[in-house]
Design a protein around this ligand. Structure first.
Ligand SMILES: Nc1ncnc2c1ncn2[C@@H]1O[C@H](COP(=O)(O)OP(=O)(O)OP(=O)(O)O)[C@@H](O)[C@H]1O
Ligand SMILES: [Mg+2]
Length: 355
């Protein structure tokens, strides 16, 4: 192990001085992904194998099935990314891999695979935090974006307001007290009889509904003197409305319910994120994570930022949900800051952001 670290020290320093091709690998949940970047921001290729059709059968991600699918696909997905970029493994200067947080078995597949490539090819390795990766998706979309800025991270497992002080320095300003925004979308979708993952399905249905039909706002979520959220109450309110109507033999307008739920989540996220950016004197508010694909949220934040005099950034659609380009990008900046991993890199299921 010692030998690997020493052997690759020169290559690490060369990458930091001159840049080069970076291979990113992501396997934290239900997407097996690889990407090739030149330097930190130029995406040469992306390959993603999504397991959504497999997990849809069960209404959510089944961890053991996810790990097996990653194992089956990771080699092919990596080859696809290399081929699309027109390069070989020999051309790759360093390897970045998601090491936390996520499903432990799923993370293990990517981390073990990346370690194998790094060891065999004598390339430096960097473990990357998945949430930091989501934030970095904005660097890929805006070539001029640099910290500091405020970032709203809304994904399947997280809802955070993060002050991005530097590429490798973060402060958690607000967080969900219970469900993540994406998780609430998924659970409401299930209650409405929509397939997994629920976010895009709820969004589609919401387009046909009246967002003011069911007032679902809570005092806690409307209070901008603190930056925490709670989505469990809104989710439960939707479920209760459905149950009560069913018991009475009535049918609720599901599009109205979807629109009202989405409106409540979007309003909460928008108000709190903008208030946090202003309070901390930031000129830019960025959006990140799978829920950033939601058009209502993107539009609402864009409007609110314009009104507040803030620059608004959100990832290109292809960088919103899990992908490896964002992981490689964050790995690049971590390495420029001097960080690298050894072969004892271990995945971790928990962890919000490394400091
Ligand atoms: N258009 C959309 N509207 C609302 N939610 C969406 C939309 N598209 C995707 N989502 C939600 O985003 C989540 C998936 O995002 P992502 O892949 O970043 O989550 P994850 O990787 O599972 O969780 P984490 O990043 O927190 O570890 C799901 O909950 C999904 O429902
Ligand atoms: Mg994610």
């Amino acid at each position: 192990m010692m030998e690997y670290f020493q052997k690759t020290q020169q290559a690490f320093e060369k990458y930091r001085a001159e840049g080069g091709l970076l291979l990113g690998i992501e396997s934290s949940c239900d997407e097996t992904a690889a990407a090739v970047l030149r330097g930190g921001r130029e995406v040469l290729s992306m390959a993603v194998h999504t397991q959504i059709p497999i997990h849809r059968l069960y209404g959510g991600v089944v961890p053991e099935i996810a790990s097996r699918s990653h194992t089956e696909r990771i080699t092919a997905v990596t080859e696809e990314a290399l081929n699309k970029a027109g390069v070989t493994l020999g051309d790759i200067a360093a390897v970045a891999v998601t090491s936390e947080p996520g499903l432990i078995g799923a993370l293990l597949v990517g981390v073990s695979f990346a370690k194998g490539l790094a060891l065999a090819g004598e390339k430096p390795l960097i473990g990357v935090n998945h949430i930091e990766g989501h934030i970095a998706a904005n660097y890929l979309t805006y070539p001029d974006l640099e910290p500091p800025f405020m970032c709203l991270v809304a994904s399947g497992g997280h809802s955070h307001i993060v002050l991005v002080k530097d590429y490798d320095e973060f402060e958690l300003v607000g967080r969900t007290r219970d469900d993540a925004a994406g998780e609430a979308f998924d659970k409401v979708a299930r209650a409405l009889g929509l397939p997994y993952p629920g976010g895009p399905e709820v969004e589609k249905l919401a387009r046909e509904g009246n967002k003011h039909a069911f007032p679902l706002h809570t005092p806690f979520n409307s209070d901008t003197s603190n930056f925490d959220f709670s989505f469990s109450g809104v989710k439960t309110a939707v479920v209760n409305l459905l149950h009560n109507a069913r018991q009475k033999g009535e049918e609720l307008d599901k599009a109205d319910l979807a629109a009202s739920f989405q409106h409540s989540v979007v309003e909460t996220l928008t108000k709190k994120a903008v208030a946090a950016a202003l309070e901390r004197g930031m000129g830019t508010l960025a959006l990140a994570g799978g829920v950033s694909a939601n058009t209502a949220l993107r539009n609402s934040l864009e409007r609110a930022c314009r009104k507040a005099g803030l620059r608004f950034c959100r990832p290109d659609m292809r960088f919103c949900t899990d992908n490896a380009a964002m992981i490689a990008c964050q790995g690049h900046y971590r390495m420029l800051k001097g960080a690298r991993s050894d072969l004892d890199l271990n995945p971790s299921a928990e962890s919000f952001l490394s400091k």
